[in-house]
Design a protein around this ligand. Structure first.
Ligand code: PGA
Length: 265
């Protein structure tokens, strides 16, 4: 694959999704350890997504460094009677620059639909956050050869009504559900195939140039020993890392993935 849709150099993004792990103290300790790693990582952007409670402290600790802070979810309203939810303006105030939207665990455990993803995405964009929109098929969908249809549905629903300018500000994470937390990573080739499908969808809806600039991260059991192979795929522009992002050393190894194999970026 020559990557005919590649029109721009896409700066890779390595993002750690901590899920429901780490206290405030643990988050701050992690940030202190990651700072020197991020300072040397000129080849990629480094993002961590602490739980809501640790967002402000992590952002404070990361101030002046290259580390960017993501929330793991957002509500679509600025304020209101929504017990347990947090709005985009609140996230910005806490120091977040990014937000993960539509993670499969939200879709699975919290009934998140493509409609909700769309509303959340628009709220995040209005607030100035960089959304990381997650898409990906379940094992049953993959086995039924439904992956392209699932990606098309999630893309069309989640990104409905976006302007070209708005689209140019988002990141997409392809996270096959069967690879999340299972130790079963998609092969680099399988992941790249889905990334290409997503880029084609982007090209059809937003044009070739915007699609060529879209950064698509892979997520699902990314570890220090498989990140090199994934990043060697021209289509893979970074990673959304769960379990292996909790330990500062393993996350540092992922940030510093072997680049000899990688495409020149
Ligand atoms: P994992 O999680 O790396 O633990 O599989 C990835 C994710 O859910 O973003």
């Amino acid at each position: 694959m020559t990557g005919e849709l590649r029109t721009e150099v896409r700066q890779p993004v390595i993002a750690g999704n901590w899920k429901m792990y780490k206290t405030i103290a643990q988050a701050v300790d992690f940030v202190e350890k990651l700072k020197p790693v991020a300072a040397r990582a000129h080849h990629c952007e480094v993002v961590i997504a602490p739980p809501f409670t640790a967002l402000a402290a992590a952002a404070q600790a990361a101030k002046g460094s290259e580390i960017r802070i993501a929330a793991q979810d957002v509500h679509w309203e600025n304020e209101g009677a929504y017990t347990g939810d947090v709005s985009a303006v609140m996230l910005v105030e806490a120091g977040a620059t990014h937000v993960i939207i539509g993670h499969s665990e939200r879709r699975q455990h919290h009934g998140e639909t493509d409609n909700y993803v769309n509303w959340k995405l628009k709220a995040a964009l209005v607030a100035g956050l960089t959304p990381i929109v997650c898409v990906g098929e379940t094992l049953a969908e993959r086995e039924a050869a439904q992956t392209p249809q699932v990606l098309a549905r999630q893309f069309a629903g989640g990104l409905a009504g976006l302007t070209l300018t708005e689209f140019s500000r988002i990141l997409i994470a392809y996270e096959p559900v069967w690879a999340i937390g299972t130790g079963r990573t998609a092969t680099p080739e399988t992941a790249a195939e889905s990334h290409r499908a997503i880029r084609q969808l982007a090209s059809r809806q937003f044009g070739e140039s915007a699609a060529g600039q879209l950064r698509i991260l892979y997520g699902g059991s990314v570890k220090p020993d498989n990140i090199g192979g994934l990043m060697a795929q021209e289509e893979i522009d970074g990673a959304l890392v769960g379990g292996a992002s909790l330990d500062p050393n393993s996350f540092a190894d992922i940030v510093n993935y072997p680049r000899a194999l990688s495409v020149v970026r």
